[in-house]
Design a protein. Structure first.
Length: 167
């Protein structure tokens, strides 16, 4: 199983390299977790649409909508911290318009999941199935840890998660 493409795709969730300055920077793990938690509902539904044709009736195809709905309250609770983090990364203010923000979340999720190949889809499907029983914040935090792993192994990622002593 090729987990690296899935991790690299997840690394792009909160950290689009086009929006990051050329210097090497890092963000605290808690900020990464907040962004991932906020984007998870859109990301899961988008992954289900992308991966369905590639892997058929997997866990995502059958459960992504219900799981996204269960994660939505946690996504909202993480929005203030996620917003601050995204504004820091992108060096611009985000609009105060929920419809525009939701469109942005969906567009970002589609852009990420469109890069998933069959092996990555299988990995994301299995990962999601194993994490689904966790409470929403734990689900998001574990997903964020996989993001961190993918970022640490992806030389093209210009933004990293800070080591604990650099917060």
């Amino acid at each position: 199983m090729k987990l690296a493409p899935a991790l690299a795709a997840l690394a792009a969730v909160a950290l689009p390299s086009s929006a990051i300055a050329q210097e090497q920077r890092c963000i605290p793990r808690e900020d990464s977790q907040a962004v991932v938690a906020n984007l998870l509902p859109a990301l899961l539904e988008s992954a289900a649409r992308t991966c369905g044709p590639q892997i058929g009736q997997g866990y995502l195809a059958a459960n992504s909508a219900a799981l996204a709905q269960r994660l939505a309250p946690q996504a909202q609770r993480n929005w203030p911290q996620a917003k601050d983090t995204l504004e820091y990364v992108m060096k611009t203010e985000l609009p105060d318009n929920e419809a525009v923000l939701q469109f942005g979340r969906q567009a970002l999720a589609e852009g990420i999941t469109s890069k998933l190949d069959r092996d990555a889809c299988l990995a994301v499907d299995r990962l999601t199935e194993q994490l689904a029983p966790l409470p929403p914040q734990n689900f998001a935090n574990v997903f964020a840890l996989f993001l961190e792993l993918g970022m640490s192994r992806n030389e093209d990622t210009e933004l990293k998660i800070c080591p604990a002593n650099e917060y």
